[in-house]
Write a protein that binds this ligand. Sequence first.
Ligand SMILES: Nc1ncnc2c1ncn2[C@@H]1O[C@H](COP(=O)(O)OP(=O)(O)OP(=O)(O)O)[C@@H](O)[C@H]1O
Length: 347
Amino acid sequence: MALLEVRELRTEFRAARGSVTAVDGVSFTVDAGEMVALVGESGCGKSATAQSIMGLIVPPAGQVTGGQVIFEGQDLLRLRPRELRAVRGKGISMIFQDPMTSLNPVLTVGRQLTESLRLHLGLNRRAARARAIELLEMVRIPAPESRLGSYPHQLSGGMRQRVMIAMALSCNPRLILADEITTALDVTIQAQILELLRDLALETRTAVLFITHDLGVVAGMAERVNVMYAGQIVERAETVDLFHRPQMPYTWGLLGSVPRLDLVRGGKLRPIAGRPPELSEMPAGCRFAPRCVHARETCQDDAPQLTVTWETPDRGQLTRCWGMRPATEGGWLSTKDRFANQSTEES
Ligand SMILES: Nc1ncnc2c1ncn2[C@@H]1O[C@H](COP(=O)(O)OP(=O)(O)OP(=O)(O)O)[C@@H](O)[C@H]1O
């Protein structure tokens, strides 16, 4: 059984006229100790998915209107607030993009760590302090004892994110939701923080749902990837398969905007042209069709389902694209069929 199983999750936000659906039938799993990525451009619904899992989307701003979030066998969407609070921290913890918004600026790092340990694990003052020092050592913060007295603003961005990782790990959760945790950091620091999270998660056998807009970041972090577009999963595969054999044109586009050392000299990064649809004006057919140079008439008119388009006995790849046949019928459409409607600007 999966550690986390998200089934047909649907989340709506209140809008000027009625409501808009930011997460539309999203399903995926995370196994114990596994690293899974949720990737997509800004606004595709990644954070809304994570916040829905944690029960952080509440009326009047928004609401989870459908689906299930099964964590260790229980549906988190059916829990009472008190029961859900017990799952947060001890079962699932979350690290956000900007530690300054999640750390309390008027409390020292030590106070914040020890309070969480006392509250969730019932440690006494002395034991909580000892564990806090141990946690800061774990996230490789030098002179941890003296750092306990520091306020968040006295630490660098990278150090603050290390503190957030320490807090996330403090109650030995089974799952960490890591939402764009390095976006606000310098590139060199980004790599250190990612490596730290990966090493600690492996060491402590903690599963991580790794949320990012940067497919480049996924390569070294996740075993499986879910690509999200306009509120839906549009491709899912093992990371190696996704990089080796991306199937959905949106994923090709995301890969085209990842810097690569093996690009031929002079090869340019190609951002995906156009913008995702407005939530209030979703296309009737494939949601990526308006930006897809391979879109055919079917793509404009009919919404494709997420379908197994490649598989071996032990793994598979799912794609939401009319350019792919089910794996049982051969997967790829022939080049002639696939590009039948290819625009001239591509050739
Ligand atoms: N409180 C809210 N009220 C109304 N709409 C919202 C709210 N929060 C998010 N949205 C909308 O839901 C959609 C999904 O947002 P979400 O933050 O989940 O995207 P994302 O993929 O995480 O992007 P980013 O990385 O930029 O946060 C967006 O169109 C966003 O404008």
